[in-house]
Design a protein around this ligand. Structure first.
Ligand code: FES
Ligand code: FES
Length: 211
C-alpha cells in the first residue's frame, strides 16, 4: 500500500485515469473560466464600490445549508454561487439562457442560474451539483451513471446536464430515450456528445428507479 502511494505521488500522469478525472469533476466541478465572463466579472466586482451601488446581506438556502452572503441587486445566482460561495461546479457558458451549463435546481425544478437574480431566490431551496452526493460521499444515481457510462468528452456541460436530468426524472422517472432527450433539450454540449450523454442519462433513470 505504502509503495503504491509513493508510486502515485511520484508518477501522477500514470494514475490520473479518465474515470478518476470525471469522478472528480462530477463530485466538485472543475473550475473553467471563459474570458468573456472574466471581463464581466471584473466589471461586476467594480460595481460594488461605485457610488450608489447597493449591497445586501441575505441568507440563501444552498445544498441544505443556510449561507450568509452579500448580494448586489443586479447579481445573478450563477455569479453568487461561483464567486461568492465557491460553488464552481455550476458552470457559466453563454451567460444568457442559451446553453444550460449553469443549471441548478430551485425548489427541485431546473433553472438557468445565469438568468435569475440572486435576491429572488430568498426563502427557496437551491441545489447545485455539489449538493447531490450523500454526506458520506456516495454519488447520486445520476452522477454514478455518468461515471459508469463515461458519458461526456470535456465535461464542461456535465453539471448542467446532471442537474437538468435530476430535475426531469423527478417528473418522469421512466422516460423513453426520446422523452429524455426532449426533457433535457434545454442543455447544449459543445462537444456534440449527445448520444453518449443520453445513454448515461438513460442509465441514470434506471439507477434511480432501483433506489
Ligand atoms: S450559462 Fe446559463 S444558460 Fe448558458
Ligand atoms: S462534453 Fe464538452 S461541452 Fe459537453
Amino acid at each position: 500500500m505504502a509503495d503504491q502511494e509513493i508510486e502515485e505521488s511520484t508518477q501522477p500522469h500514470r494514475t490520473v485515469s479518465r474515470r478518476n478525472f470525471i469522478k472528480g469533476v462530477i463530485a466538485a466541478g472543475a473550475t473553467v473560466s471563459a474570458t468573456s465572463y472574466l471581463f464581466r466579472g471584473a466589471l461586476l466586482g467594480q460595481q460594488s464600490s461605485l457610488p450608489g451601488a447597493v449591497e445586501r446581506l441575505m441568507t440563501l438556502n444552498v445544498n441544505g445549508q443556510m449561507r450568509r452572503v452579500d448580494v448586489m441587486k443586479q447579481e445573478t445566482l450563477a455569479w453568487t454561487l461561483r464567486y461568492k460561495l465557491g460553488l464552481t461546479g455550476t458552470k457559466l457558458g453563454c451567460d444568457r439562457s442559451e446553453c444550460g451549463a449553469c443549471t441548478v435546481l430551485i425548489d427541485d425544478v431546473p433553472h438557468y442560474s445565469c438568468s435569475i437574480l440572486t435576491h429572488t431566490v430568498r426563502g427557496r431551496k437551491v441545489t447545485t451539483i455539489e449538493g447531490l452526493a450523500a454526506p458520506d460521499g456516495t454519488l447520486h444515481p445520476v452522477q454514478q451513471a455518468v461515471v459508469d457510462e463515461q458519458g461526456f468528452q470535456c465535461a464542461f456541460c456535465m453539471p448542467g446536464f446532471v442537474m437538468a436530468t435530476v430535475g426531469y426524472l423527478k417528473l418522469n422517472p421512466n422516460p423513453t430515450r426520446a422523452e429524455l432527450a426532449h426533457g433535457i433539450s434545454g442543455n447544449l454540449c459543445r462537444c456534440g456528445d449527445y448520444n453518449k450523454i443520453l445513454t448515461a442519462m438513460t442509465r441514470a433513470a434506471e439507477y434511480l428507479r432501483r433506489t
